[in-house]
Ligand binder design. Structure first.
Ligand code: NI
Length: 174
C-alpha cells in the first residue's frame, strides 16, 4: 500500500467523467488499498479514485472516524437510485478543495448499487451523513466537486480561498 498524492482544484482532471471498471483485477484492488491508505492519512471520510488521478469509477468511504474500529466500504461502479425528495443540508469539505467548508443541500436518503471487491453486486440504503458522503463522492466520478453546487460567485470565491489557504500552508511549512 502507498499514500498517493491527492489532486486539488483547479486541476482539470477533477472535471473528468471516470470510466467503468470492467475487471476487478489485482491492479484495481491495489488502487483501492492505496485510496484507503491515502484517505486515512489525509485524514478524510471518503475518496474517489480521480482524486488520486485515476479515472475509474471507484470510491472508498469510512465515516466511523475511529482509528481503533475502522469500518471501510469499497464501491466499484456505484450508482445512486431512488433519492428522496426530502433534502438535508450538511457542511461539506473535500480533500481536493482544502480549506473550504460549505453547506450543501442533497437528498437525505438514497440507495447505492455497486460491486464489492469480489465483484458481487450489492445495494445499500443510505441516510444521514452516509447519504451525503456517498452523493459527494459519486459527484467526483461525474467530474463534479461540491463547490459546483454553489452559485457561480460563491464557487469562484471558494476556489480562490482554497488556493490561498494552500499557499499560506506552504509558507508556514517552509
Ligand atoms: Ni470530495
Amino acid at each position: 500500500m502507498a499514500i498517493r498524492e491527492i489532486i486539488t482544484v483547479p486541476n482539470p482532471l477533477l472535471k473528468k467523467v471516470s470510466e467503468t471498471v470492467d475487471n476487478i483485477n489485482d491492479e484495481v484492488l491495489a488502487i483501492l488499498e492505496d485510496m484507503l491508505e491515502t484517505m486515512y492519512a489525509a485524514p478524510g471520510i471518503g475518496l474517489a479514485a480521480i482524486q488520486i488521478g485515476i479515472s475509474k469509477r471507484m470510491l472508498v468511504i469510512d465515516i466511523s472516524r475511529d482509528e481503533e474500529n475502522r469500518d471501510p466500504y469499497f464501491f466499484i461502479n456505484p450508482e445512486i437510485i431512488d433519492p428522496t425528495e426530502n433534502l438535508s443540508s450538511f457542511e461539506e469539505g473535500c480533500l481536493s478543495v482544502p480549506g473550504v467548508w460549505e453547506e450543501i443541500e442533497r437528498p437525505d436518503e438514497c440507495t447505492v448499487r455497486f460491486m464489492d471487491v469480489k465483484g458481487v453486486e450489492k445495494s445499500m440504503r443510505c441516510s444521514g451523513m452516509l447519504a451525503t458522503v456517498i452523493q459527494h463522492e459519486m459527484d467526483h466520478l461525474n467530474g463534479i466537486v461540491f463547490v459546483d453546487h454553489l452559485s457561480r460567485l460563491k464557487k469562484d470565491r471558494a476556489i480562490k480561498r482554497s488556493i490561498k489557504s494552500r499557499s499560506e500552508d506552504f509558507i508556514e511549512n517552509d
